[in-house]
Design a protein around this ligand. Structure first.
Ligand code: SF4
Length: 278
């Protein structure tokens, strides 16, 4: 398998386990969740987590990416916590991905019962991260280690780690995302010029990739693979507009193969997604 393989964990990874994974030599990225809430909310021993990151970081065939998530206002957004995470992540990881929390009614009740004030902007369908909080975390990470990269999207961080352009074509989102979406400002930024900035270490690679053209017949062939050979679509300058309703997996397949952003009219909601949103 040539594509990146991602393992998401906050658990303990021993030296032997890390070495075993490394021996596979299969473009493995470990997305290690470490966001300053190990003890308070995750029932995890931070010392073992740090040890895990040390073990992984010593393996040459593994990429180690820090998942600073979920970011929850008032829980892990204070300067002391951010500096603590930054100190450890910048020492052992290749990059950090910072993202918010998707707050369904169950989690809302849990936070409520703990007397934790939840920002009104949180919603059950998006991982909401306030733009000012992202900027604050990014700034502290940069102060800790100037060249250390931080990302908002998983695919951006993983693509960077494997020296490739973002396989989800996120830079095109500005052209179709809804400005009323609670995450709009975080994803797109205030400047309305797309959420990619030249300070992203992957900027030139993604820009080059975005210039690559694909033909209608090639895309039609990919649609055939998902049984949608006769679908209506339009190849626009920044993304591909696909008429109709699709599963997320179908859209992801098209995105990952073409490296273009695909915008379907709507997505079918899977049962697990419906349950998460409840
Ligand atoms: S340039 Fe944009 S799409 Fe590419 S990795 Fe950076 S933020 Fe993501």
């Amino acid at each position: 398998m040539k594509n990146p393989i991602m393992i998401i964990t906050k658990g303990y990874i021993s030296k032997a386990q890390a070495e075993e994974l490394s021996k596979l030599n299969m473009n493995i990225a470990i997305l290690y969740t470490f966001s300053g809430i190990s003890k308070i909310m995750e029932n995890r021993d931070e010392t073992l987590q740090i040890k895990s990151m040390i073990n992984i970081s010593k393996c040459s065939n593994l990429k180690l990416i820090n998942y600073y998530r979920p970011v929850i206002e008032g829980i892990n957004t204070d300067e002391k916590t951010i500096r603590h995470v930054a100190k450890i992540a910048t020492k052992y990881c290749n990059a950090s991905i910072i993202s918010g929390i998707r707050l369904n009614s169950y989690l809302s009740k849990v936070l409520d019962s703990l007397d934790i004030d939840i920002p009104k902007k949180y919603d059950p369908d998006h991982k909401v991260l306030l733009p000012e909080t992202y900027e604050k975390i990014k700034k502290i990470f940069k102060e800790t280690k100037k060249e250390y990269p931080t990302f908002k999207k998983t695919s951006c961080g993983v693509s960077y780690a494997f020296n490739m352009a973002d396989y989800n074509g996120h830079s095109a989102r500005i052209y179709y995302c809804n400005p009323n979406c609670s995450s709009y400002k975080t994803c797109i930024g205030e400047s309305k010029i797309g959420f990619c900035t030249t300070d992203c270490p992957n900027y030139n690679r993604c820009k080059e990739e975005s210039k690559r053209k694909i033909s209608k017949s090639y895309f039609r062939g990919l649609l055939k693979n998902i049984g949608a050979e006769n679908a209506h679509f339009e190849i626009l300058e920044h993304y591909i507009k696909l008429d109709g309703q699709y599963w997320q997996e179908e859209v992801s397949y098209l995105r990952h193969i073409t490296k273009k952003n695909i915008k379907a009219d709507s997505l079918k909601k899977r049962e697990d997604e419906r349950l998460i949103s409840m």
